[in-house]
Each structure stands twice: as C-alpha cells, then as structure tokens.
Design a binder for this molecule. Structure first.
Ligand code: NDP
Ligand code: 2IT
Length: 459
C-alpha cells in the first residue's frame, strides 16, 4: 500500500474529498438524522487517513462504505390474542460484507426506522472490523413494541418477522443476533421458525441462542463484561481502576446488567441504573440480584426496586440519572442519551471516565466536551464490541459442533478487548492524536475494511 507523505497538498485533497462525500451522503439521505450523525463522526476522524492514503480516494472507499449493499424492508402482519390484526414494518440493512457474512443484532422498539437501522449497521462495520474476526456488518429490527404483549403474541410476531427475513439470511450470508427488545427468548422463536422453513437445522444462522439450545456460554454477559474490560484497560493505563470508584450505569437490560456485575466484581460501587420510565439511586450500592430478578425473571419496571430497598430513591426522569455524582459513567441504554447538558453535569461532578456500552449513547457535542475536558472516553464501536465478538465465537463453535467452557469464552473475550484497546491506542498515536480513542477506533476499524475493499475491487 502506498503511504504518501502528509503534505499540505495531500491534506487539502483529503479535506475536499471528505467534504464532498459528506455533502453527497447528506443529499442522498436528507431525513436520516441518526445515520448522518454516525457518518459525520467517522468522517471527522478520517481526514488524516486520506491525507496519508490517497489510494483510498482513488478507490472511492468513502462513497462505497456509506451506501448499504442492500436494504430489505418488509411487512410483518400478525394477530393479537383477541384476534385483531396488526401490521409492523421489518428491516434488515446488509451494509458491508467485505470481511465476512453480514453480522449484527435485531432490535424490536417502536422508535425503529430506516435511519436508526442504518446508523446501527454503519457503526457495526467498524466495530466488527475492530474485533479482528471474519464478520461483515448488518442490523435489523422492527417498530414492534414488545411492552405489554403476551408471550404468545411475541411468539407470533417473531415467527411472522422471520418468515420474511429467512429469505435473506443464512450461516454464510447474514447472521443476526439480539439487541434492544430481543433476547434469547426471541432468538429461540426465530431460530425455530427459520429451521422449520428451511427444513433442516442450520446451527449458525443466529447467535445469542440460549446455551441450553445451541448458543455459547458467556454470550449473555459478553457486551457488559467486555465494556468493563475495555474501560479497565483505559483506566489502568492512566493509573486508575474500577476499584473503590463510584459508577452510574444507565438502563437495566442485557448490557447494563452485566456491566454492573463486572464493575462490582472489580470493586466498584454502582449507585444507579434505570429503565425508560426513570432511574433508581441506591447510595448503598445497587443490589444486582434484585435488578436481575425484576428485569430478567419477573419482567417488572425498575421503580419496584425501591419496594425491597427502602433506602433507595426512584426518580421519574430517566435522563436525570446523569446528575448523580460519579467517577465512571457507563451509558448502556440507547442512542443519544447523553447530550451537552448531561456532559457538563457529569464533568462538574468530577467524572473521570466514560465507557459507551450502548450504541452512540453520546451525541457529537457531548463527545467533544468530554475530550476537551480530558475525561477518559471509551467509544461504543470499541467498548461494546465484546457482544459481537462472542457472537463470532458462537458461530465458530456452531461450525465445529462443539462448545467452549464459560472460562474459555471469557478468556478469549478479555484478549479481544485488550487487543481492541491496543489497536485504538496505536492508531490514535500513529495519526497524531495520542489518547483520542474515538479517532483511534474509527481509524483502526476503517483501515481493516478499507484495505479489504481495495483488495476486492470496485463493487
Ligand atoms: P435491552 O432491551 O436488554 O435493554 C435496554 C435497556 O435500555 C432497558 O433498560 C430499556 O428500558 C432502556 N431503554 C431502551 N430504549 C430506551 C429509550 N429510548 N430511553 C430510555 N431507556 C431506554 O437492550 P440491550 O441491553 O441489549 O441494549 C442496550 C444498548 O446496547 C443498545 O444501544 C444496543 O444497541 C447496545 N448493544 C447491545 C449489544 C447486545 O449484545 N445486546 C451489543 C452491543 C451494543 P425499558 O425496558 O423501559 O425500555
Ligand atoms: O450492537 C451490537 O453489536 C449487537 N447488538 C450485537 C450484534 C451481534 O451480532 O452479536
């Protein structure tokens, strides 16, 4: 690969190129707020890359990497328990397959639309590249709201969703997993329906399966644990650690629960978590067994925690969770949950580090504020890559028709997270922004995909 000098001429050409392609992306996707936010963040990081590597400009990498290979959108009709017919919209964005089969979760949430699906699938390109594993990038979902639905309604909806999706996926084509609103139960129904339609048993078509029914041990914990492993690396590098720190974690779903668990195991005191209704603050430290029972077993709201822990407080505005003083913040609920106001509040209260467990939980302005104020910042693409990394391990185990122990998976997860940290740190240094892991993650992920896209020719 030609590695040109970083001359003024090359820098100008790189800036013009990035600007031109961003204008094109804006024109082509005018109403896609989240997708444009995700592309802008990447584009801002990549200027120095194009200044050094004009061959990426010649190969039109930015124009190609921002246009999904394929977007599938479909009707999902289903009948509720009373016999009423409902119609939802299903999506699968197959964004990039240069590194392997499309890979990424399925989200069931009323906010799901084209923009949200595309931003998530776009982020997945760089995240999956960072893991070093052979996985391309995709994302899917539906605007179906699982809240208040019966078990049977969820099953019927999920089967109807898979009846259409099954035409477009396969173990070597596209391998979905879970995300917001989709856990092992929904994956189980999807897996059953897919195999029924195909008339066989294709073990590796979905990941995040229950370990009792074809899944990998350690997948459930992987995103949360991985986020904490990544943040611990970053803290240690700066003479800090989770031990004796005060931590705030948003959400109380899959990622949050296991981020809390690992942070507690490393000696942190986690004082707050939330759901979309509000947040709980427990000055004694969150009792995770109560949260797990309420959320994983009883399907209850987080306010019920205060019934069993009268010292804890419940507040209705979930976004006000960031007013609680903490050393480390782990946003693990959803996109854009931290804005400029929340960022300033956290910093005023002494925040030292932030790890993005959710996808794009901080808006661009908030990220800038954290970086300017020297808050150690672990960006989502890198920090939450542990989930998809263990998904890729599930694919390997399914292919080999064997299962690794929980210890083996956890050891591999830890190694993946350490390697991701090292490559982000290294890329940030090589491209003149030491310590800026946002740039480091974007650049390191991009380089792996871009080189492969060059190798695969213009397509
Ligand atoms: P879950 O559905 O298990 O949990 C989501 C949690 O976030 C719930 O507590 C939910 O509250 C809350 N939440 C969701 N939407 C909103 C909203 N609009 N406002 C406030 N709170 C909200 O999802 P996951 O834990 O799997 O996913 C959480 C985040 O992590 C997402 O950004 C996802 O993309 C990302 N992620 C997930 C991975 C995985 O392996 N699952 C891997 C990498 C990233 P409520 O119950 O009230 O809706
Ligand atoms: O955002 C994500 O990385 C996920 N939802 C997990 C994807 C996966 O394929 O495990």
């Amino acid at each position: 690969m030609t590695n040109m000098e970083n001359t003024r001429e090359n820098r100008n050409r790189a800036n013009d190129y990035v600007h031109e392609v961003y204008e094109l992306v804006k024109k082509r996707n005018p109403d896609e707020k989240e997708f444009l936010q995700a592309t802008r963040e990447i584009f801002d990081s990549l200027r120095p890359v194009f200044a050094k590597h004009p061959e990426y400009i010649r190969n039109g990498i930015l124009e190609r990497i921002t246009e999904p290979e394929r977007i599938i959108s479909f009707r999902v009709a289903w009948e509720d328990d009373k016999g009423k017919v409902h119609v939802n919209r299903g999506f699968r964005v197959q964004f990039n397959s240069d590194l392997g089969p499309y890979k990424g979760g399925i989200r069931f949430h009323p906010s799901v639309n084209n923009s949200i699906m595309k931003f998530l699938a776009f982020e997945q390109i760089f995240k999956n590249a960072l893991t070093g594993q052979p996985i391309g990038a995709g994302k899917g979902g539906s605007d179906f709201d699982p809240k208040g639905k019966s078990e049977r309604e969820i099953m019927r909806f999920t089967q109807s969703f898979m009846t259409e999706l099954s035409k477009h996926i396969g173990p070597d084509i596209d391998v979905p997993a879970g995300d917001i609103g989709v856990g092992k139960r929904e994956i189980g129904y999807m897996f059953g329906q897919y195999n029924r339609l195909k008339g066989g048993y294709e073990a590796g078509v979905l990941t995040g399966k229950d370990p009792k029914h074809g899944g990998s041990l350690g997948r459930k914990e992987a995103t949360g644990y991985g986020t904490v492993y990544f943040v611990e690396e970053m803290l240690n590098e700066n003479g800090l650690s989770f031990k004796d720190s005060t931590v705030v974690v948003s959400g109380s779903g899959n990622v949050s629960t296991y981020a809390i668990e690992k942070a507690q195991q490393l000696g942190a005191k986690v004082v707050a978590c939330s759901d979309s209704g509000g947040y709980i603050y427990d000055k004694n430290g969150i009792d995770l067994e109560t949260v797990k029972r309420l959320k994983e077993v009883e399907n209850k709201r987080i306010w019920e925690y205060t019934k069993e822990h009268p010292d804890a407080e419940y507040h209705e505005d979930c976004s006000a969770i960031w007013s609680i003083p903490c050393d480390i913040a782990l946003p693990c609920a959803t996109q854009n949950e931290i804005d400029e106001i929340a960022a300033h509040m956290l910093i005023a209260n002494g925040l030292q580090a932030l790890g993005e467990g959710a996808n794009m939980p901080c808006n661009i302005e908030a990220i800038e504020i954290f970086l300017e104020n020297k808050v150690l910042f672990a960006p989502a693409k890198a920090a939450n890559a542990g989930g998809v990394a263990v998904s890729a391990m599930e694919m390997s185990q399914n292919s080999m028709r064997l299962g690794w122990t929980e210890e083996e998976v956890d050891m591999r997860l830890k190694t993946v997270m350490e390697n991701i940290y090292a490559s982000c740190k290294d890329a940030a240094e090589r491209f003149g922004k030491p310590g800026n892991l946002v740039m480091g993650a974007n650049i390191a992920g991009f380089l792996r995909v871009a080189d492969t896209m060059v190798a695969h020719g213009i397509r």
